[in-house]
Write a protein that binds this ligand. Structure first.
Ligand code: ADP
Ligand code: MG
Length: 365
């Protein structure tokens, strides 16, 4: 078992800086998810930990060992890839055995480990099939089985569920969470999917353009995003980001003017805003709902019926799109001008640099 530490890690491809000064400590046994938009450097960072990419600057530690120059096979890590990377001419069993056979592990030991991995992943019926005779989900389970075989200290997953259909993604998500509980190993999981990050992680690391934006427990990032990027990345439907101007400031309370001359108050850290500042108001869809007396008004574009609720999409006077939730009742007609009320919950405020100046109950950022 081992944790992973990154200290000022960077990666350049020629003049291009794809990972910039990343420092992070992942505890032994922790499930950490790297999340961020495509191209932000998630795979590069994971591959640097795995030993498949060189490190331009900084140090990578696994347990107490600095592994910068250590070969991938010696690092005690196993990686699971999006495309499974199985050998097509080998059966599931042979694919799982291959790595250990190569390093001369005794046959009885390999068989015992295959039996154990197959039992954990319910792969017993498929062990003698070749990949082409397996479904996507079964192939991915073989790829995970192959990683388990190596009994690594650290599992690295690079978008392992992206090629699966929606239902299978949900069930594999649970399988991997169970696997984590069962093995207690450190797991680093890369995804661009905020739902996977929110549901699976002990801690989420949000990356943008090769840098860490914020690290924390899912609910912490959801409730206290440090900037509009993190606020916008986590949560579905996305948080509403509405341009606003500060009209008045009274201690912590600011009065904001939103499109359509809608006025409302929010709480910000003392001294973080002054009258005339351009800010962004962040309202999660769950605190916004269609209501006759609502503060905001917008033209209703689309209504989505989800059964448990309806999502009502509208456009404000300045062209900003918003989405609100309606639980029970009748949605306003498409094309009509509806009003939207702000319920209980955090009114996030971001300054001109898109950094949060929200005052959270309990204080602090
Ligand atoms: P992610 O996994 O978050 O989608 P990647 O880690 O694959 O992102 O890529 C990060 C950035 O590094 C991208 O802009 C990508 O184009 C660039 N990149 C990746 N590999 C190379 C390479 N071998 N040479 C040059 N640029 C690369
Ligand atoms: Mg990637």
């Amino acid at each position: 078992m081992a944790g992973v530490s990154l200290a000022g890690v960077s990666k350049n491809y020629g003049a291009v800086n794809v990972i910039r000064d990343v420092s992070l400590t992942i505890n032994d046994g922790e499930f950490v998810v790297f999340v961020g938009p495509s191209g932000c450097g998630k795979s590069t960072l994971l591959r640097m930990i795995a030993g498949f990419e060189g490190i331009t600057g900084g140090d990578v530690l696994i347990g107490v060992s600095r592994v910068n120059e250590m070969a991938a096979r010696d690092r005690g890590v196993a990686m699971v890839f999006q495309n499974y990377a199985l050998y097509p001419h080998m059966t599931a069993r042979e694919n799982m055995a291959f790595g250990l056979k190569n390093i001369g592990t005794p046959k009885a030991e390999i068989t015992a480990r295959i039996d154990k991995a197959a039992a954990i992943l319910q792969l017993e019926p498929y062990l003698d099939r070749k990949p082409r005779a397996l479904s996507g989900g079964q192939r991915q389970r073989v790829a995970i089985g192959r990683a388990i075989m190596r009994e690594p200290d650290v599992f690295l997953f690079d978008e392992p569920l992206s090629n699966l259909d929606a239902a299978l993604r949900v069930s594999m998500r649970t399988e991997i969470a169970k696997l984590h509980h069962r093995l207690g190993a450190t797991m680093i999981y890369v995804t661009h999917d905020q739902t996977e990050a929110m549901t699976m992680a002990d801690r989420i690391v949000v990356l943008r353009a090769g840098q860490i934006e914020q690290v924390g427990a899912p609910i912490e990032l959801y409730e206290r995003p440090v900037n509009a990027f993190v606020a916008g990345f986590l949560g579905a439907p996305r948080i509403n980001l509405i341009p606003a101007t500060v009209a008045t400031v009274d201690g912590e309370v600011v009065e904001l003017v939103c499109p359509g001359d809608a006025r409302m108050t929010a709480k910000v850290r003392t001294g973080s805003a002054k009258a005339g500042d351009k800010v962004t108001l962040g309202l999660r869809p769950e605190i916004l709902s269609p209501a006759d007396e609502g503060a905001l008004s917008g033209t209703v574009d689309v209504v989505e019926q989800l059964g448990s609720m309806q999502l009502v999409y509208a456009t404000l006077a300045d062209g900003t799109s918003i989405v609100s939730e309606l639980r029970g009742g009748t949605a306003p007609a498409i094309g009509s001008v509806g009003r939207f009320a702000i319920g209980n919950g955090t009114r996030h405020v971001f300054n001109a640099e898109k950094l949060s100046i929200t005052l959270h109950s309990g204080g602090g950022a």
